[in-house]
Design a protein around this ligand. Structure first.
Ligand code: HEC
Length: 115
């Protein structure tokens, strides 16, 4: 039990060290929270008419539109996978394009819906 706790904090320390030297200008907690807040605001204005965008929403207004929280909980879903997912085009709305800047904010937001 004790050994396990030690190895987890060791792994976390390594992760923080890695984050600190590879991406100094991104991925810090307050920055993620700011991005997520902007993503949520964008989603409320642009996606919520069809998609369930909040963690507590069970069903989307448009039953064909996947709930964002459901997407966040898919196995293996992470920021990178969310970016890819958000680049998927809407078959029913081929002209609906999400600007790259918003994709980053939306993926930050959706990643917070996981639990
Ligand atoms: C007018 C309704 C509507 C709006 C607005 C809308 N969507 Fe959708 N979305 C859908 C529907 C319906 C689908 C199911 C696939 C299809 O028919 O295009 C879908 C599918 C998706 C998919 C692909 C899911 C998959 O696994 O293929 C993503 C990602 C997505 N929406 C993200 C968004 C985001 C982000 C926004 C806001 C910026 C948004 N959508 C706004 C209706 C909408």
């Amino acid at each position: 039990m004790k050994a396990k706790r030690v190895s987890i904090s060791g792994a976390l320390a390594a992760l923080f060290a890695l984050t600190a030297c590879t991406t100094p200008e991104r991925s810090t907690e307050p920055e993620l929270a700011r991005q997520a807040a902007r993503g949520q605001a964008y989603a409320i204005q642009n996606c919520a008419s069809c998609h369930a965008i909040e963690a507590y929403e069970e069903a989307s207004p448009n039953p064909d539109a996947p709930a964002f929280a459901e997407a966040a909980r898919l196995p293996g879903m992470n920021r990178r996978a969310l970016d890819v997912w958000l680049h998927t085009s809407h078959p029913s709305m081929p002209n609906f394009i999400i600007p790259p800047e918003q994709i980053e904010e939306l993926s930050a937001y959706i990643s917070t819906l996981e639990d």
